[in-house]
Design a protein around this ligand. Structure first.
Ligand SMILES: [Zn+2]
Length: 413
């Protein structure tokens, strides 16, 4: 393949070929040791840029410091991306394809012609007609989430090492494992990192700036029925599976569910059910941008469950109990206390000629957890599109623009 790319895109095309898929069923950390293959390569490259303290720590985090090159008093800013790719779709044997001067026609992925990427399905693709995009080849995801972020930060570090006329304060670089399985910050040593605030490079289209995530709880309903031999169960058995089914059927459908909400609306999402006739368990995700609504949603679920039992004489001896565990909180609660973190980023966008789009994320990021660990961490765009799928693609220009934003963000004028 004659690859005519340079900069962030050239790095990106190399990094995506390294399989770094994380594993939700693993109990080790990182969840898969193959993630370290990329982490070690990144350290080698950072050292080659002259960043002497670059290292992979005992838990698999890459940390590095670009020292200040001025005496100006400035905050220590960290840039962060995750090395792992999502378990939803294969990450083995990724074959990135560069499409130069994209014509606007549907792109058929060669390794599986059923996989087609079109402007009908992805209107954002129209912005890249005449420009370069990168796709996978049809059998795997691409891994732009989040190797785009990794490549952008690496290219930024390279640029500072080459162009020493860019005056800047101390900069920290952080590459985490296991973001996709919700464990990216599990062993992160924020003290050791030593930054005042951070930005993740893990966002989508050009101009996106995200400083707001869901607040998230995990809710579990434990249903106890009454067991009996099915041959002698008349008037005795109260089947926990049937009660669980009735509860799920009674949950809201036209509101408060993922299928019926968007924007700033919250939801309850039953995502796992298990058990037998004697007892059953329903697990739900509870999400809202306003943390105090989580308890209201949970209370509503419990009342629905109790109502199902109380309204049916056949279930009167059954019982239901609820347990709620905190997962993460809307990082806006923290970031709002430090408006300069957003102001600095948006000024950097504007200097690069990019109109900022500030929108909440209907999900969480490593940044949500890092913000509550004491490191306020909003999220910057990378250009990644159709993530976690075989259609995943990215525009080369978006990655380059993100590099420019990072340079603007640290540069002292
Ligand atoms: Zn990501």
């Amino acid at each position: 393949m004659s690859v005519k790319v340079s900069g962030a895109a050239e790095r990106f095309m190399r990094y995506v070929q390294i399989d770094t898929q994380s594993d939700p069923n693993s109990v080790s950390f990182p969840s898969t040791s193959k993630q370290l293959n990329l982490s070690h390569l990144l350290v080698e490259e950072l050292k080659a840029f002259g960043i002497q303290d670059a290292h992979v720590d005992a838990h698999g985090y890459v940390m590095a410091t670009i020292p200040a090159n001025t005496n100006a008093s400035t905050p220590v800013i960290c840039f962060c991306a995750h090395v792992d790719t999502a378990p939803d779709c294969s990450g083995t044997g990724v074959r990135p394809i560069l499409h130069e001067q994209y014509t606007g026609a549907p792109i058929v992925l060669p390794d599986d012609p059923q996989q087609m990427i079109s402007t009908d399905q992805y209107p954002y693709l129209k912005n890249f007609i005449g420009k370069s995009i990168i796709t996978a080849s049809g059998k795997t995801l691409l891994g732009a989430d989040d190797k785009a972020g990794v490549a952008i930060i690496m290219e930024f570090a390279k640029r500072l090492s080459v162009n020493t006329s860019i005056a800047h304060g101390p900069i920290k670089i952080l590459f985490t494992p296991d973001e996709e399985v919700g464990r990216g910050t599990e062993h992160l040593d924020i003290q050791k990192l030593g930054a005042d605030f951070a930005y993740t490079l893990d966002g989508g289209e050009l101009g996106c700036f995200e400083m707001e995530t869901f607040s998230a709880d995990a809710l579990t309903l434990y249903i106890d029925g009454v067991i009996a031999h099915p041959g002698a169960a008349k008037g005795v058995m109260q089947n926990a599976i049937k009660i669980a089914a009735s509860i799920i059927e009674a949950l809201p459908k036209d509101e408060l569910s993922p299928e019926s909400t968007e924007g700033r609306m919250g939801f309850v999402h039953p995502n796992h059910i298990s058990g037998g006739a004697e007892s059953a368990t329903i697990e739900c995700l509870v999400r809202d941008f306003d943390t105090k609504n989580l308890a209201k949603h949970a209370q509503r679920v419990l009342e629905i469950a109790q109502q199902v039992i109380q309204s049916n004489p056949a279930y009167h001896k059954a019982s239901v109990r609820m347990e709620v565990k905190e997962q993460y909180r809307n990082m806006r609660e923290i970031i709002d206390q430090y408006p300069h973190i957003m102001d600095r980023a948006l000024a950097a966008y504007k200097k690069a000629g990019i109109e900022p789009i500030v929108e909440p994320i209907r999900g969480g990021t490593d940044g949500s957890r890092m913000s509550f660990m004491g490191l306020p961490t909003p999220n910057i765009f990378t250009g990644m599109q159709a993530i976690h799928s075989k259609h995943e693609w990215i525009g080369v220009e978006d990655m380059e623009k993100a590099v420019e934003v990072l340079v603007n963000l640290v540069e002292i004028n």
